[in-house]
Design a protein around this ligand. Structure first.
Ligand code: NIG
Ligand code: FE
Length: 420
């Protein structure tokens, strides 16, 4: 017997597509497909049909599927679930003490140099069991699900040795196997140079290439490979070596690039056909021109530049040049301890000067592309996975980023089932 959900009387169904697109670029980012006074039919975990209420053929739907549950969404809007294409949501403990240090004037790089930052999280993770790490991470996963996220990319990178990286990736796999949210996993062994290798970075890169990647690939623990290619972390040469090693095992690149400097990260990402290059605070004409001729999704993380008090990436310049832009949360304990994608939309508007329609494209279809999911997620289209949320009563879709502190997400539906 088929199971189904019919959402009727929807005030506005947002981000509908009749013709599937893999991503949305440039001026098109300000266009949003919407249907007022709409219905949405979800059957067996997929989007089966949608349209205007006046075209809803009640009798036929119930003849084929007598078990359909009906939700009346009068006054409310329906969006496709958020896709969060860049997170470090699996971590141990928290780093609010560094947060206080930051308030007293220390920079992110200074905190990292003093043994804080990523290395601090690596110590905490080392002393946490896999089970405990899973339980801590699940609290955050449940929170982002309730905030409307339906697909999430999760990186390793707080292990920085074989055992602890594998521990993190196994936790990511357990989340993937047990949660209704769609998960993609990324190996980020090159997140920071661990203490034993501080004065011999090259040796750590050798370890990543010769020991970590082959083991992780043999357990099929990672979809993608990432490197923090930036000043004070990993060089272009390190990055190239690691990407080539990962790509041999089918892991496509997704890079941390150009956050702290014009690091050559974007150039390297484009050269190796990365799925995305992320952060991009330091982006100029050369980077933009290279990205224009590529399949790489420029991904901006406004939560981390906001939290660190840094310059933002030049989103307007990128969109003006014809590029697509994705937005993601970067949820992590050091530079962005939040996975609230609705807040990320607000930051996209307030700080990046993107329009509400542009940020909606950036957190749905374009961020789905940045995690290899835009054929199945990121819009309301027939045959796509039934990941949607119903808002509280709101006057317009612009109200979502505008009301930046309000939780406006009332009902969460993942794979066709009501989760909240
Ligand atoms: O994306 N930039 C590098 N990594 C994270 C920060 C991780 C941390 O501070 O724990 C980021 O911002
Ligand atoms: Fe990150």
């Amino acid at each position: 017997m088929l199971t189904g959900l019919l959402i009727k009387n929807i005030k506005c169904l947002v981000q509908v597509e009749d013709t599937l697109r893999l991503k949305v670029c440039g001026d098109d980012m300000s266009e949003l497909g919407t249907i007022n006074d709409a219905f949405l039919l979800l059957i067996d975990g997929l989007i089966s049909n949608f349209g205007k209420m006046e075209d809803l053929d009640f009798e036929n739907i119930f003849k084929d599927n007598p078990n359909i549950e009906i939700i009346d969404a009068a006054g409310k809007m329906v969006f496709p679930s958020f896709c969060d294409s860049h997170t470090h949501i699996v971590y141990a403990g928290s780093r609010e003490i560094e947060y206080s240090e930051k308030m007293q004037g220390l920079s992110y790089e200074e905190i990292a140099k003093n043994g804080g930052g990523i290395l601090n999280s690596a110590k905490l993770l080392h002393n946490t069991t896999e089970e405990e790490l899973f339980l801590q991470s699940m609290k955050r996963i449940n929170e982002i699900i309730s905030f409307g996220t339906g697909a999430v990319e999760i990186k390793s990178g707080y292990g920085l040795n074989l055992n602890d990286e594998v521990k993190m990736l196994k936790v990511i796999r357990r989340i993937k196997d047990t949660c209704p949210v769609e998960v993609k996993s990324t190996f980020l062994g090159a997140h920071s140079v661990p203490e034993p290798y501080i004065s011999n970075r090259e040796k750590y890169v050798d370890l990543i290439i010769n020991e970590m990647i082959p083991v992780i690939a043999s357990f099929e623990l990672a979809d993608y490979i990432d490197v923090f290619c930036d000043r004070g972390f990993f060089s272009v040469e390190d990055t190239e070596r690691i990407l080539m090693a990962g790509m041999k095992y089918g892991m496509r690149a997704k890079l941390h690039a150009n956050e702290l400097d014009f690091s050559g990260g974007v150039q390297t990402g484009v050269k190796y056909n990365a799925l995305s290059v992320d952060h991009l605070e330091c982006t100029g004409d050369e980077e933009i021109n290279l990205l224009l001729g590529s399949e790489t999704m420029p991904t901006i993380l406004p939560g981390s530049s906001f939290f660190l008090g840094m310059e933002d990436a030049p989103a307007r310049k990128m969109i003006g040049a014809g590029l697509p832009v994705a937005l993601a949360s970067d949820y992590n304990p050091g530079s962005s301890p939040s996975g609230n994608m609705k807040l990320i939309m607000s930051l996209g508007c307030i700080r990046l000067k993107m329009l509400p329609s542009e940020v909606i494209n950036a957190v749905t279809i374009n961020s789905a592309y940045a995690m290899g999911l835009s054929e199945t997620h990121g819009s309301i289209a027939k045959g796509k996975v039934a990941n949607v949320f119903i808002t509280k009563e709101i006057p317009s879709f612009e109200f979502m980023p505008y009301a930046y502190g309000s939780n406006l997400i009332e009902t969460v539906i993942l794979k066709g089932k009501i989760i909240k």
